[in-house]
Ligand binder design. Structure first.
Ligand code: MN
Length: 204
């Protein structure tokens, strides 16, 4: 397993194949206030690539092209947030999208534990260490602990997706999941437009 750290963009010529796991680290949970600091990527091969952004340095043509590439599925856990942050800071619409949290909610109806830690423990047999979740991702130098944590958030999403896809097929919910994934860019747009606390489908 190797973790590669890049400044400001992915290097030229990196090939992630048909699907890439993606996560982001920010200064906080409000995309309008809290800037994007790191984007993590993995082809599901045990290796991770971390792209670190300095404040205001979001000219990342290779990463933007990957996010927009219609032939590469971007696998997230809670895509709603990452897609909004990527749109806000990189100015790109991520497509196509797979979200392991939505897939989990559609098939793991026997539990209400849909966090990444619980999902990866059950579906990949890996116990994630979330200690660095709340840390200063805007620092000029990413610590080894931060680096390992950031990588672990993308290393097991392919394995989780594989299990979730089998469960979705078994329960007849594959098409429903795909339709929900297609709606994610709209949900992210609503969040950025100020409708984040609101369920626009709710009666009241
Ligand atoms: Mn993360």
């Amino acid at each position: 397993m190797a973790i590669h750290l890049h400044e400001g963009d992915l290097p030229d010529g990196l090939d992630f194949g048909a699907s890439v796991a993606v996560d982001s680290e920010t200064m906080g949970l409000n995309p309008h206030r809290d800037r994007l600091c790191v984007v993590q990527l993995s082809a599901g091969d045990g290796n991770a690539h971390l792209v670190r952004f300095g404040k205001g340095e979001y000219n990342a043509p290779n990463l933007k092209a990957l996010m927009a590439n219609p032939d590469v599925t971007k696998i997230f856990h809670y895509a709603r947030f990452d897609v909004a942050v990527i749109k806000k800071y990189l100015g790109v619409d991520t497509t196509p999208i797979y979200c392991t949290k939505i897939a989990s909610k559609l098939v793991r109806t026997y539990t209400d534990r849909h966090g990444l830690k619980d999902l990866v423990r059950e579906l990949a047999g890996v116990d994630l260490n979330k200690q660095q979740q709340s840390s200063d991702w805007g620092a000029d130098v990413i610590s080894d602990a931060q680096r390992d944590y950031a990588a672990s958030d993308v290393l097991y999403l392919h394995a989780a997706k594989e299990k979730l896809d089998m469960m979705l097929a078994r329960e007849g919910r594959t098409e429903l999941a795909e339709a929900a994934f297609r709606f994610l860019p709209v949900r992210a747009e609503l969040d950025l437009a100020g409708f984040e606390p609101m369920d626009i489908f709710a009666h009241s």
